[in-house]
Write a protein of this length. Structure first.
Length: 199
């Protein structure tokens, strides 16, 4: 029997590291960020034109979308973020559902790695929700380093997301990523053995 796991948590909480561990154990992993990037890069269903129409030419370098400028524009402005999500979410939902079905042709365990799992109502696409918990300081440091953001930019991106406490209310499993990597790996290994391995 197959199973779909929605792996979520706030931005820079360690989801990619954990999905990488699950991939090592044999899960197929679908990264929602990659889906979002491909929607814009490949102009799926005219998404790029819709973004240009909504937000103007100022976020483009010629015909190339400047994702950093778009992020700076929408994060910290809930109305603009909602407008972007209204463009992106219906397209991404169709692609994510389709990709999960494709992955099940070769894998019994599919992990959807998505910071916006709850916000996008993708909990309906998965059987279990696993929430990754990290400290605010760790998130901030990771985000600044990973995305080359100034502190205030990183804070606005963290604050633009649903609070962790709300996500935890949806959790079937909570992974505590506030300790060292080995402690996190032990949790993931135990979860794999007890919840996923024999699918």
């Amino acid at each position: 029997m197959s199973i779909d796991v929605g792996l979520t948590g706030n931005i820079a909480s360690g989801k990619s590291m954990i999905s990488g561990m699950l991939r090592e154990y044999g899960a197929a992993v679908l990264d929602a960020d990659s889906v979002g990037k491909s929607v814009l890069a490949e102009n799926v269903e005219g998404a790029l034109e819709q973004v240009r129409s909504a937000f103007g030419d100022g976020i483009f370098d010629g015909n190339q979308l400047n994702r950093h400028l778009l992020g700076n524009l929408v994060f910290g402005h809930p109305d603009l973020l909602k407008e972007l999500n209204d463009i992106m979410m219906p397209i991404m939902t169709r692609l994510v559902a389709n990709e999960i079905a494709i992955l099940h042709r070769t894998s019994t365990v599919v992990v959807l790695d998505a910071a916006i799992l709850i916000e996008a109502s993708w909990q309906n696409l998965v059987d279990e929700i696993w929430v990754v918990k990290a400290s605010k300081n760790e998130q901030l440091e990771r985000l600044m380093t990973r995305d080359h953001l100034a502190r205030d930019e990183a804070i606005s991106r963290i604050e633009a997301q649903m609070p962790l406490a709300q996500k935890l209310a949806y959790a079937d499993v909570v992974i505590d990523n506030t300790m060292d990597v080995e402690q996190t790996r032990k949790q993931v290994e135990m979860l794999w053995k007890t919840r996923l391995q024999n699918r």
